[in-house]
Design a binder for this molecule. Structure first.
Ligand code: NAI
Ligand code: MG
Length: 350
C-alpha cells in the first residue's frame, strides 16, 4: 500500500478551519481508495511569531523537506503582525527553497457555484511562473525623500526560467485539450516578452500536437470574462499570471472556490498545496469559512502524488454537494457551517 507523509501548516484564522476540514476529507479518501496518509502538523504562523519572534523555527525548511507534500491553510494576522513579515517569513521562503516554480490554479464553476457571469461551460487551468519575472525582487531606490527620488524594479527573465514554465504549460495542454494560450505583452515590452514569445515558438516545434495561441495580457483579461469557454491552459509570467488567476477566481464564484498548487515538477523536493484565500480575519472562528478551495487544493495534492482516482472522487463530491443549497456556506448564499459542508462531503465520498 502506498503511503504519504504530509506536512500540514494550518496557519492563521480560517486557515485552521479549512485545513482541518481538508484533513478529514483526505483521510476519508485514503480509506476509500486504499492508501495511507500521515499528517505532521505544525503550529507555525502569526501566533508562533508573537511567541518566538519568527514565523517558523530555524530548522523549519529542513523539517518540511522530509515530507512528500506540504499542505498550507492561510497565513497572516494583520492586526498583530505586518503582512510583509508573515509572507516573507513563511510562504515565500517555502516556495523559493523548494523551487516551486509553477503556480497552478484551476478555474471552473462547480455544481452549485454561481459566478458573476453565470456561465457554466468553462474549464481553465492557469499556470503562473512562480520564481522570477516581475517579482524577482531586483531593484533599488536612491535619493530617498528628495524630489530626485528614483525607484527601479527590474523584471528578470532567464532562459532556464522561461523555458521550464512554458514546457510545463505544453505538457499540461497535452494532457488536456491540446490548446495552450501563452500570455505576454510583447507589443509594449520588447525585450523580455519578445524573448518569451521566441522560446514559445522554439518549444512549439517539440509539441506538434499542441496548438499555441499568443494573447496580450489586456486582451486575455477581457477574454476570460467575455469568452472563458474558449480557453483551456493559460501560461503566463509571475505578474500576469497573478492578476489573471484572480479574474479566474472571481468568475468561478470567489475566493471560497479558488484552489492552488505550488509545484516542483522535478519531484525531488516537496510541492505545496493551498487555497488562494488568506486568513479572512472578518469571519475567522465563526464556522463560516467555505472549505471548498482548501479541499480542492487537497485533491490537487492527491493527484500530484499519483492518487488520481481519489482526486477525481473528491472533485465529484464537491460538484454534487455544492449543488445542494442545504450544504452551502454563507459566501455561497447558504447557511451551512464549515463542518456541515465537510460532513456532507464525507457522506458523499462514502
Ligand atoms: P482574505 O482572502 O483573507 O479575505 C478576503 C475576503 O474573502 C474576506 O471578506 C473573507 O471573509 C473572504 N474569504 C476568504 N476566504 C474565504 C473562505 N474560505 N470562505 C468564505 N469567505 C472567504 O484576504 P485579506 O482579508 O486581504 O487578507 C487577510 C490576511 O490573509 C492578511 O494577513 C493577508 O496577508 C493574508 N493572506 C494570506 C494568503 C496566504 O496565506 N496564501 C493569501 C492572501 C492573503
Ligand atoms: Mg494574487
Amino acid at each position: 500500500m502506498s503511503s504519504y507523509d504530509i506536512a500540514v501548516i494550518p496557519g492563521d484564522g480560517v486557515g485552521v478551519d479549512v485545513t482541518h476540514a481538508t484533513r478529514s476529507i483526505l483521510k476519508t479518501a485514503a480509506d476509500q481508495f486504499g492508501f495511507g496518509l500521515t499528517f505532521s502538523e505544525v503550529d507555525w504562523g502569526c501566533e508562533y511569531y508573537l511567541e518566538h519572534g519568527q514565523m517558523m523555527p530555524d530548522d523549519g525548511l529542513a523539517r518540511l523537506a522530509q515530507s512528500d507534500a506540504i499542505f498550507l491553510g492561510a497565513v497572516g494576522w494583520p492586526e498583530k503582525v505586518s503582512d510583509s513579515v508573515s509572507l516573507h517569513g513563511l510562504l515565500l521562503p517555502i516556495r523559493k527553497h523548494f523551487d516551486q516554480f509553477v503556480n497552478m490554479r484551476p478555474h471552473r464553476l462547480l455544481g452549485g457555484a454561481n459566478g458573476p457571469l453565470k456561465k457554466t461551460g468553462f474549464d481553465i487551468l492557469c499556470i503562473r511562473e512562480n520564481t522570477e519575472g516581475e517579482y524577482s525582487g531586483a531593484g533599488g531606490r536612491v535619493h530617498l525623500g528628495s524630489p530626485q527620488e528614483v525607484a527601479v524594479e527590474t523584471s528578470i527573465f532567464t532562459r532556464h526560467g522561461v523555458e521550464r514554465i512554458l514546457r510545463f504549460g505544453f505538457e499540461q495542454a497535452r494532457l488536456r485539450s491540446g490548446k495552450l494560450a501563452s500570455v505576454t505583452k510583447s507589443n509594449a515590452q520588447k525585450y523580455s516578452m519578445v524573448f518569451w514569445d521566441e522560446v514559445t515558438d522554439e518549444l512549439a516545434a517539440e509539441y506538434p500536437d499542441v496548438t499555441v495561441t499568443r494573447y496580450h495580457v489586456d486582451a486575455m483579461a477581457a477574454r476570460m470574462i467575455t469568452h472563458p469557454e474558449s480557453l483551456d491552459v493559460i501560461v503566463a509570467s509571475n505578474l500576469f499570471g497573478d492578476i489573471l488567476s484572480d479574474i479566474g477566481a472571481a468568475i468561478q464564484g470567489g475566493l471560497g472556490f479558488a484552489a492552488s498548487a505550488n509545484i516542483n515538477p522535478n519531484r525531488q523536493l516537496p510541492s505545496m498545496f493551498e487555497p488562494v484565500h488568506g486568513s479572512a480575519p472578518d469571519i475567522a472562528g465563526q464556522g463560516k469559512a467555505n472549505p471548498i478551495a482548501a479541499i480542492w487544493s487537497g485533491a490537487m495534492m492527491l493527484e500530484h502524488l499519483g492518487e488520481k482516482a481519489a482526486a477525481s472522487a473528491i472533485l465529484k463530491a464537491l460538484d454534487q454537494v455544492s449543488s445542494d443549497t442545504r450544504h452551502c456556506t454563507p459566501d455561497m448564499g447558504g447557511n451551512a457551517s464549515t463542518s456541515e459542508l465537510t460532513d456532507a462531503l464525507i457522506s458523499a465520498l462514502q
